[in-house]
Every structure is written in structure tokens, then in C-alpha cells.
Design a protein around this ligand. Structure first.
Ligand SMILES: *Cc1c(COP(=O)(O)O)cnc(C)c1O
Length: 360
């Protein structure tokens, strides 16, 4: 098999998705499966759809296009959501390939309307509201005025509202901010005499709020956009594994290209390394050092978790240096790692990392 490679277990991804879809549906919440860490993989996208997500969400229109044009009726007919505010320069593709987009700028929405008219399509908008995390979103006090501007735009329909917490500042979704979003949906419905299909409460950081909060949810939140929880089986606030989900659907495999006993402490005067960091070196005598043919171009080193007995010592663009405490590794040996979301994103995006689908 090619190395480096990402081994992807679709059965585990199916299981995670199906579990979350089932548990959340008991709370009246449907799931948008977020595929941005999968770089438009049709296999993963199809797995999410088969497991019951109502739509696929991606932050890059390029990924949505890839999924839309992939073989199979499931993807062709799937509801695709662009979860990052569209670039003005991309509205044509957005209208062409996405059914729904998350928006915060009236200028962009007007442009989507013009483009939707041109293409004789309907484009749906989820208006994102700022509720404390200070990433995307219009201020709550501007919601009514903005809806007023959207509502009569030709070929645009207001699908709903949403918010995104935790990603930038770590603000946790809780009873208060979720109630605030819910109240805004009430306000819009009452002011404009319409029904919002979607009130999208957030991302994987909402899992605890959605599943653990014992009081019956009295909010109208009926959608979450989930990536990390599905793919890695963990929630991002404390990075805890979610009960009953697989955390090892992805495994990174890299190959040893050099293996030699070497001193643990460099010799000479220490200045900056290739990527600026100089970590303090402790002299631990001679260690079993090995170099793997993968580097910062392909993975976020801080997001790799090696097996017991292997320790990551450092990395440069194309080299990952590890220490093996048990046995000396041999050239050609394969070393495996679990990945966090950041390492996964980078690995799927690297053209040097192959993807291999395995089953349990
Ligand atoms: C990335 C993203 C998500 C999914 O986040 P996860 O933490 O992977 O669940 C949801 N919504 C938006 C707007 C995003 O950018």
C-alpha cells in the first residue's frame, strides 16, 4: 500500500453518524454532516448521507462542487450547504452547486439573488447571528432589519437562522445563548409572519448542550452542523470522546526512511530551526531515532498521537523525527498515528498523503 496514507474506516464513520443522528433526533434536532475535513470525498459524503444526515455542509465551494459532480444519485440529489459566507467572486459556483449558504453580508446576498435569477434557480439563505464567539454573524439587534432586506429579494428564500460558537474564542454553547437564538427565530416569525425551516444552533461544540442537558429543550433549535463529532467521535470543548462513538476512524501511516541510534542532545550552538521553534533539549544519552517521510506540509505535528513506545521529537517540511523506546525501527517500517481535527484537515488536503478505505 502507498505511504504516507490515511486509512479511513467508513463503517466507523457510519456508526458515529448514525448514533448522533439518532440521539439528536430524539431532541428534535437534525444533522448537517460537515465534510470540510474530508476534502470532498464522495465515499465519506455518501456514508454520511446513508447514515441519515439531512444535508452536507462544507466551507469550500470547491469541495461542494466535487461532491455534487461525483457519481451516484445520493450525492447528486443531496442538499448541499456552503457553511462559510460566500466570496463575492464565487457567487456563480455557489448558486450553481450549493442549495443553501450561510450568510452575514447583505451585499453578498443581493449578489446571490442576481446570480440565482440568471441561473433560474432558487437559493436558500441561513442568516448567521453573532452570539458571543466573535466569528461570523450579524449583531442580534440587526436581525429584523436584515431579514427585511432579504425577504423580497427575487430567487432568494430565507431558510432560517444560525449561529456558530466556540470555533474562534471557545465560547461554549449553553442554555442562554441557545435561548437567545431561539427567541430571535420567534421574533422573525412573528414580525414577518413566516416559518423558518432551520434554526441551526452550531457545530460539534453543541453536543454537550444538546445531549447532556437534562431539562427538556424548550428552544426551537432543530439543526446542528457536525464535523469533528462524526469523524473523530469527540466534542471540541474538552476534547472528550463521545460515549459509544469511535475515535479511531482515521489512522495515519508513515514510512521510516532512516533509523539510527543518535544523541538526544544536538551539538553546537542552538539558534532557530527551520520553522522557528527551538525546544529545549535534555541530554538523555543515545536514543533510537527514526525519520518518517512525512512533514509539516502534510500534517499538523501537534495533532498526531503515536502508539505507545513512539515519541515525536520534531518535524520539518518533509521529515518527522521520532524516538522508539522499545525496539529500533527499520527502514521501510510503517508507523501509525491517530489524528486530531487539525492534523486530519492537513492530511486530507496534502496531495502527498494517499487515502485508503478499510473496513472493520
Ligand atoms: C467547521 C464548521 C462546522 C463544523 O464544525 P465541527 O466542530 O467540525 O463540528 C459547523 N459550522 C461552521 C460554520 C463551520 O465552519
Amino acid at each position: 500500500m502507498p505511504t504516507p496514507r490515511l486509512e479511513i474506516n467508513l463503517d466507523k464513520i457510519y456508526h458515529n453518524t448514525h448514533e448522533l443522528v439518532t440521539r439528536l433526533s430524539e431532541r428534535g434536532i437534525c444533522v448537517t454532516g460537515v465534510t470540510k475535513a474530508a476534502l470532498g470525498s464522495a465515499e465519506i459524503a455518501n456514508t454520511l448521507l446513508r447514515a441519515g444526515v439531512v444535508s452536507l455542509g462544507d466551507s469550500r465551494i470547491e469541495n461542494i462542487k466535487t461532491m455534487r459532480l461525483a457519481k451516484g444519485a445520493l450525492l447528486k440529489n443531496a442538499t448541499m450547504v456552503l457553511i462559510r459566507s460566500p466570496m463575492l467572486s464565487q457567487v456563480k459556483d455557489v448558486v450553481n452547486y450549493a442549495d443553501i449558504s450561510l450568510n452575514t453580508e447583505i451585499r453578498v446576498i443581493k449578489q446571490l439573488s442576481i446570480e440565482a435569477c440568471k441561473q433560474r434557480r432558487e437559493h436558500r439563505i441561513i442568516l448567521m447571528v453573532e452570539l458571543g464567539d466573535l466569528r461570523e454573524g450579524i449583531m442580534p439587534e440587526d436581525v429584523v432589519a436584515t431579514v427585511h432586506e432579504i425577504i423580497d429579494l427575487p430567487n432568494i428564500s430565507l431558510e432560517g437562522i444560525g449561529t456558530n460558537l466556540a470555533c474562534r474564542s471557545g465560547v461554549a454553547p449553553d442554555v442562554n445563548n441557545m435561548a437567545a437564538l431561539s427567541k430571535l427565530s420567534d421574533l422573525i416569525e412573528a414580525t414577518f409572519g413566516l416559518t423558518l425551516n432551520t434554526v441551526s444552533g452550531g457545530n460539534s461544540a453543541n453536543i454537550q448542550w444538546a445531549l447532556n442537558d437534562n431539562e427538556i429543550h424548550s428552544t426551537h433549535i432543530n439543526n446542528l452542523r457536525l464535523g469533528e463529532a462524526i469523524l473523530l467521535g469527540c466534542e471540541p470543548l474538552q476534547r472528550q470522546a463521545i460515549d459509544g462513538l469511535h475515535t479511531d476512524a482515521f489512522t495515519l501511516v508513515a514510512e521510516v526512511i532512516e533509523s539510527k541510534p543518535k544523541p538526544s542532545k544536538p551539538t553546537g550552538q542552538i539558534e532557530q530551526s527551520a520553522f522557528g521553534q527551538t525546544s529545549p533539549f535534555v541530554d538523555r544519552g543515545i536514543v533510537n531515532q527514526a525519520i518518517l517521510a512525512i512533514g509539516i506540509q502534510d500534517i499538523d505535528v501537534d495533532g498526531l498521537r503515536p502508539k505507545l513506545g513512539i515519541k515525536i521529537l520534531g518535524a520539518s517540511s518533509d521529515h518527522l523525527i521520532v524516538e522508539s523506546s522499545e525496539r529500533e525501527l527499520s527502514v521501510g517500517d510503517e508507523v501509525t498515528f491517530q489524528l486530531n481535527y487539525s492534523a486530519l484537515l492537513r492530511a486530507t488536503t496534502s496531495p502527498f498523503v494517499s487515502t485508503v478505505f478499510i473496513s472493520t
